[in-house]
Write a protein that binds this ligand. Sequence first.
Ligand code: MN
Ligand code: MN
Length: 436
Amino acid sequence: MSDTVNSYIKFISENKTERECVKSIIALAEKNGWRDIENFETLSPGDKVYLSVYGKAVALFEIGTEPLENGMNILCAHIDSPRLDLKMKPLYEKNGIVYFNTHYYGGIKKYQWVTMPIAIHGVISRKDGSNIPVVMGEDDDEYTFAISDILPHIAQEQMKKTAGEFIPGEALDLVTGLNREDKKGEGRNAVLRILEEKYGMSEDDFLSAELEAVPAGKAKYLGLRKDMVIGYGQDDRVCAYTSLEAILEHRNAKRTCCCLLVDKEEIGSVGATGMDSLLLENAVSELALRTGSAETLRVRRALKNSYMLSSDVNSALDPLNMDLYDEDNSSKLGGGIVFNKYTGSRGKSGASDANAEYIAKLRKIMDDNGVTFQMADMAKVDVGGGGTIAKYAAWYGMSVIDSGVAVLSMHAPYEITSTYDIEMAKKCYKAFLDIE
Ligand code: MN
Ligand code: MN
């Protein structure tokens, strides 16, 4: 099996939050010669710098020989994934069981998250300014967490409800201990004592924490032929990781190359670490300042003249649910990298429809470099849809298209991709960075 797929499986097994991703991405970048942009007053062709946004989004740049205002080649993807966030006051005890209360993040089918091992990854920020990284309940620990469900024997009423209703959001709480004492609240206190011992935290520290409940355990090859990967958070780390490898291996940039890995896509790209912000413009301004001037028009031109692959996973054709797909216009597992001219829903609403001329340019690059690609819609017209981050880049006037890897069971705790597509994604991204 290829190094890329093996490294990818390791990456998504170890990095299950946007913060963990950024930390690992920076470590990998530094190993490959990238440095924090803060260390540079000026930048020259060949320099490689990164810029982190609150440790949850990161931009990597390789400075090209061409002037910045001629535009960049930008690989963009997101590193947040659907999950359950612990609430600000998460810990409670009820009728002898101690729970962590959660609020789900992103589009999930709630029933998929019950009765399986769950881990907690995140940080606790203390008043003294220290940040404590937390990983609880993973494979090599001695324990894990889980959300319970009603036994079938007494689930008659539950089974009459629709799939959207039968696991209410408030029922997605993690079982984390029992009260084995006589006194009410003692189970909860016991859990707090362990947290204090392990992480030096008090209950109040939950107020300033970001703790994310995610499926426990590692990603794996799937199937006897090992031609697929099953694992958590492949949306969109499969595009993020392959984009990262592509830029880390890139040399001799003509146009400045960028790999932009962002947060909050799953809840609408909001906030300071999401694409619906000045994050990209701010980063490019820092670059502009160090390569000549950060004059507004120069920054605007740099953005307007850029090419971007806005990479996000696409819905793979599901042979067991063919009525949802227009076969000719769907992406298949193992069919290569996917380009979506448009996304959106109900008549392309919310889509950034890529220009035909730009697609023609990409077709040529892909063909010249032996990249297998497929053009696809998410599914049949009017069966659903969704937005992506392409429109936030298009806002600057740049050429941008949605692209990415096809995923089966997208947004499920364990998603399925094809190893061939993963390799093809990287090949596509490498070729894209050389577009002139
Ligand atoms: Mn998603
Ligand atoms: Mn996505």
